[in-house]
Design a protein around this ligand. Structure first.
Ligand code: FPP
Length: 247
């Protein structure tokens, strides 16, 4: 089936935008290149993160506009704590501001938020804001998962430990049910920016059959047109999930 296009208002001269169907329900982004974006401009790395946070809002909105139901972003890994303190502080405060804003704008944006990762390491008011946002947004359909203080290996170990403690049968379904992403379909497409080609401990279990897309664009420069390019590339692929193409 060909890629779907949304007809825009041609009187405004807008190019046709991509639109998706159920084959692309879930897109995940590994945000990379904030530091390089700032360095290219002779600015401290923190500026790259501020710009990256603006880009994040723009791209999430665009994904919703073209019909993607679930967006996941890798915003802060368990390894990111090893960065200089001022950089970590800036990223965490950007995230905290974003979370507070998401609560204020919840009725307008109608997004269901889930945080992937261990919240307990954040200051109590921020951790409480995260939990509250998850609770009050749980009825909405469009989903935004934000991986924060997240590492996939730790997530899998945690799930195994919970299963061992509960005495539940261990199988793929029960393990999936104990991941931070429980109940959420696996990503169909994972996009990584800034020319790096690895998963960096992101959704290792959930990415078993995800399509991977790598772009040289630095995250703060990411535009709707770059999302369109990733979506077009996704639709040009054949997903067989280990099977064969039906004749
Ligand atoms: C990767 O770029 C980016 C991060 C580790 C942090 C991402 C954080 C934000 C975009 C800010 C907060 C976001 C939200 C969701 C409001 P890098 O610093 O590794 O870039 P580099 O590889 O060029 O150094």
């Amino acid at each position: 089936m060909p890629l779907l296009f949304k007809k825009n208002d041609s009187s405004k001269g807008e190019p046709a935008r991509v639109a998706v169907d159920d084959r692309l329900r879930h897109i995940a982004f590994i945000l990379d290149g904030n530091g390089r974006w700032a360095k290219k401009r002779g600015l401290p790395r923190e500026y790259g993160h501020s710009e990256g946070a603006q880009t994040f809002k723009r791209i999430v909105r665009y994904c919703g506009d073209i019909g993607i139901k679930i967006v996941t972003v890798y915003a802060f890994s368990t390894e990111n704590w090893s960065r200089p303190k001022n950089e970590v502080d800036r990223i965490v405060s950007l995230l905290d501001e974003y979370i507070a804003g998401a609560e204020r704008e919840l009725e307008e944006n109608k997004i269901r938020y889930t945080f992937l990762g261990d919240k307990s390491v954040f200051a109590a008011p921020m951790a409480e804001r995260m939990t509250r946002l998850e609770q009050i947004s749980s009825g909405y359909e469009l989903r935004l998962n934000i991986a924060l203080n997240y590492g996939s290996r730790a997530e899998i170990v945690r799930a195994c430990r919970e299963l061992a403690e509960s005495g539940e049968e261990i199988n793929e379904r029960t393990l999936s049910d104990h991941l931070y992403t429980a109940g959420c379909p696996d990503p169909d497409l994972i996009v990584r920016t800034a020319n790096e080609r690895r998963l960096s401990n992101f959704l290792l279990w959930q990415a078993a059959y995800s399509e991977l897309y790598f772009t040289p664009t630095l995250w703060p420069d990411m535009q709707p047109a770059d999302v369109d390019a990733a979506v077009r590339d996704f639709y040009a692929r054949e997903r067989r999930f280990g099977g064969v193409t039906p004749k």
